[in-house]
Write a new protein. Structure first.
Length: 318
C-alpha cells in the first residue's frame, strides 16, 4: 500500500540512511559471507554455506496496509509474499520463514488466526513453511516482521543487482502500475519464474519491483555502475490496465503510475542479449530498454531524443 512518492533522497531518507549504514558496516571486524554484497535483496550469513540466503521485511498497519479496510488473511499473505519476492529477485528457492508480530490489543483471536492463515497459506504455495517466530502485543497499530531463508540451486549463482553492464537488455516480467487498486494486497511473487529464468537465460542482474519501476531500476544502475535508457513506446506497452484506470482518477498519467507506484512485485531482468522468442513468451518478458555507460535513468522517445528520468517511487524516512 506504499502510496507515497519520493525523488532522490537528500540528507534524510531511506537511501541516504542505507548509504551511511553501508559505510558503518564496512568497519566491522567480522564481515559476512562475500557471496552477496551489502545492498542486495538477500544476505549471505555463513561463509561455509554461501548459497543459504536470508531476507526480512517489516510491514506496518497504516503504512503497508490498513486494517480498517483490509482483511487479515490478505495482510498475512502480503507479509509473506513480499519476502518471497526478494527470493525471486536473487533466484533463490525459499525454504522456511520466521514471523515476529507486535499485535494491536484491538485485534480479536480470530483476527490473529486469519493473519497466521494468510502467512501460512502463501508460504506453503511457494514451498516456504512457517517454522517459528515471536508474538508480542501493544496498544499501537500492528507490526509484522517476516524473515525468510532461501537457497540457491546448485550450478547457478545468486543473481545480484550489481551484474548489469552497458549494452545489456532490460526486461520486466509483467505489466506494472496501479497495484493500489487491489493487486498490492495479494501479490504473486515470481519465484518459479525466477528459478527458470536463472537456469535458462543466466540473467546479469535482477531486482523485484517493490518501491517502483524507476527507483528499483535505479538501484540496479547504482550497484552496477551504469545507467539505463528506457524506450517510451516499449514502456507504454508494459503499463498495467490498473495504471490506466488509476490515471483516470488521479490526474497523473498511466506512465507515471507504471514508473512510480510500486508493489507490483514483478521482476526487472537484465540480460546480456535478447532471449529467444519462445523463452520471452514463456516468462512473459516485456522489453523496456538498454543499459548504458552514462549514470542515471533516461527516457528515449520516438524521434530518438532522450531526457533524464527522475527515479521517483516509495521511500521510507523521507
Amino acid at each position: 500500500m506504499n502510496t507515497g512518492r519520493a525523488g532522490q533522497a537528500g540528507r534524510r531518507g531511506e537511501r541516504e540512511l542505507l548509504a551511511r549504514l553501508r559505510r558503518e558496516l564496512a568497519r566491522q571486524t567480522i564481515q559476512p559471507a562475500a557471496a552477496v554484497p551489502f545492498g542486495d535483496d538477500m544476505a549471505a550469513l555463513d561463509p561455509a554455506d554461501p548459497r543459504l540466503l536470508w531476507t526480512t521485511d517489516m510491514l506496518m498497519d497504516g503504512v503497508d496496509f490498513r486494517s480498517a479496510e483490509h482483511g487479515w488473511f490478505d495482510v498475512g499473505w502480503k507479509c509473506m509474499a513480499v519476502n518471497l519476492s526478494d527470493c525471486a529477485a536473487m533466484a533463490a528457492r525459499p525454504v522456511g520463514a520466521l514471523c515476529a508480530v507486535a499485535l494491536s490489543n484491538a485485534l480479536t483471536m480470530d483476527d490473529a488466526l486469519r493473519l497466521l492463515q494468510g502467512l501460512r497459506e502463501c508460504g506453503e504455495q511457494y514451498g516456504c513453511p512457517l517454522v517459528g517466530g515471536d508474538t508480542n502485543s501493544w496498544d499501537q497499530p500492528t507490526v509484522i516482521a517476516v524473515t525468510v531463508a532461501g537457497r540457491i540451486d546448485p550450478g547457478t549463482p545468486p543473481v545480484l543487482r550489481s551484474g548489469a553492464r552497458p549494452g545489456d537488455w532490460v526486461y520486466v516480467t509483467g505489466p506494472v502500475g496501479g497495484s493500489i487498486l487491489g493487486r498490492h494486497l495479494h501479490p504473486c511473487p515470481r519465484v518459479r519464474e525466477a528459478l527458470e529464468i536463472s537456469r535458462t537465460l543466466a540473467p546479469a542482474a535482477m531486482i523485484d519491483i517493490s518501491d517502483g519501476l524507476a527507483i528499483d531500476l535505479s538501484r540496479v544502475c547504482e550497484e552496477s555502475g551504469c545507467g539505463a535508457d528506457l524506450d517510451a513506446t516499449r514502456l507504454d506497452a508494459a503499463v498495467h490496465e490498473d495504471a490506466h484506470r488509476l490515471a483516470s482518477q488521479t490526474g497523473r498519467t498511466a506512465r507515471e503510475h507504471a514508473l512510480e507506484d510500486g508493489e507490483d512485485f514483478e521482476l526487472i531482468v537484465v540480460l546480456r542479449a535478447p532471449p529467444p522468442d519462445a523463452d520471452r513468451k514463456r516468462f512473459g518478458l516485456l522489453p523496456l530498454g538498454r543499459m548504458v555507460a552514462e549514470a542515471g535513468l533516461f527516457l528515449r522517445v520516438a524521434d530518438g531524443s532522450r531526457a533524464p528520468l527522475i527515479p521517483r517511487g516509495w521511500e521510507h524516512f523521507c
